[in-house]
Design a protein around this ligand. Sequence first.
Ligand code: GDP
Length: 364
Amino acid sequence: MTEEIRCFGCGAVIQSEDEKKIGFVPKNALNKDVILCKRCFRLKNYHELQKTSLTNDDFLKILQEIGNHNCLVVYIVDLFDYNGSIINGLTRHLNNNDILVVGNKRDVLPKSVKDIKIEHWLRRQLKESGIKPVDVILSSAVKNYNLDLLIDKIEQYRNNRNVYVVGVTNVGKSSLINALLKHYSQSENLITTSEFPGTTLDLIEIPLDDDSYLYDSPGIINEHQIAHLVKDEDLKIIIPKSELRPISYQLNSQQTLYFGGLARLDYIKGEKTSFTCFFPKRLKINRTKLSNGDALYNRHLTLQPEIESIKDINDMAVHVFKLPNYKVDIVISGLGFVSINCPGGNIKIHAPKSVGVFIREALI
Ligand code: GDP
């Protein structure tokens, strides 16, 4: 029997027959020590994305398979994009398995906010999604934050069982697994991570001890992520690599802020107020009069990055908020948030239809 060779990046079974199918490696590249499929090779060396072909159905099969095992599930969410991190039907398919939730990208949220506050917020979100975790921890894969704690918690809750890691693409699952790999296998060869959504295809198996394993499941695309709407070259503008930068604008009513060409805030009614905007450093914010707002968008010149599929501002979804008498954040999931204390004020947000927009008690 020939041994199955797997791609070191995505875990797909290597084949040299069909270039269009996953796991393809040309025959003359098969003798390398570390084998990467064509897709991972191009991703790693040229930062070029070939989209994953994993369908929702295939992903559900994997979830159901996990549900058939008595195991610990580690569910990774992006703290900066909770809506974009949701896996539909997760608890239904997992059959009451223990779930340890990891809120990743802690470094993107302001340092001045205490972890406990973010943790409570995350627990409330999970409750609303019907998830009852055995525990919740915050992490940062890029800043190596709480990774030792994550390893301790995995050991604490797995009780000698296997561990399955699940998460949608782009939440930092590969980055976290790489960190775990370093710990568990002391391996120098790490799996692929990239700026692009959708990098993991098949189950990667990491030995934990003599008879249990940690499995990395493929990421599934969550269409609610704003990352899926922008061009590949614009991902670097919207995927934050560090803490969001707050900028305050004193706005009168009838003024508008554009966040690149991706979303817009209209201050409809209220006293002159400070709007503190927490967005990725590279995203340009433009201020204009509300009466100029539509024309500015529809001219397609000034506002970058833009979403090619949305030609007219009226094709965006509109969310209207009447502000309560305490400080709130208006969150545009996966893009940023605006902190406002303006009792009775009226705000309107334009954002792409798939992107979550909501109001929460202010983090800061
Ligand atoms: P996956 O698709 O879930 O496997 O995600 P990746 O590990 O490929 O990460 C997606 C993007 O998020 C990459 O640009 C990573 O550098 C970035 N990323 C991952 N973890 C973190 C984190 O903890 N903080 C920040 N700021 N970025 C992260």
